[in-house]
Design a protein around this ligand. Sequence first.
Ligand SMILES: *Cc1c(COP(=O)(O)O)cnc(C)c1O
Length: 246
Amino acid sequence: MLVEQIVENYRIVQERVVRAAERAGISPETITLVAVTKTHPVELLLTAYQAGLRHFGENRAEELAFKRQAVEKALGAENGIVWHAIGTLQSRKADWIADYADWFHALDRVKIAHRLSKRLMENGRKLPALLEVNLSGEESKAGFDCQNWETDPAQRQKLLTEVEQIARLPHIQLTGLMTIAPWHVPASDIQTIFQRTHALQTWLRENVPSIPWSHLSMGMTDDFELAIAAGATHIRVGRALFGERA
Ligand SMILES: *Cc1c(COP(=O)(O)O)cnc(C)c1O
């Protein structure tokens, strides 16, 4: 992709962000655009960097580690890029994320937190992380089961217990929630999922006050305006910036 093309797509995405933020009565600067570069070659990341993008999102652990090393080789380590791991992580690949990610958006089970924590402790890193929550009940979606959190006290209690276990791990800095909207459903259903996720965050803030609960990662190319309206602080956008993936 040419740099001009990414600059233009980036401008259009930023305009959409500004309009959505204005409608929601919030400042657009509070929203971080994570450019999702998964499946694209390293050259595209370098072009995206030239276009001004600084937050990159990858969904596979080895791919993030490989691309980070390649980009640092080309631009130096002090390049200002923030690397976001956004995909479900298998525990045997946790070391890649502990070593190379700056943010982890997909913390979806306690076991993964322990695996990450062990490695982070060894190499003296800290990792800001977001709890992935599943409010749609879709089997294909990862995340802590929060499908009925408003009405099911047992589900809430289970979540609290697990959050408290993660909160005790000093190298994992839990700061908020992440969710993925269901596919192929009306916009009103997606809006409801995002609003319920925001309400869950508010509830967690009251019930686990040791965690800041300040970040909310939700919204992709097709639904990020709805996410911003519901309080997203991080949107994860791939196709609107870089076109359809092969
Ligand atoms: C691929 C991906 C995105 C970006 O999706 P687009 O539709 O290309 O914007 C966002 N979040 C996650 C977790 C992804 O895997």
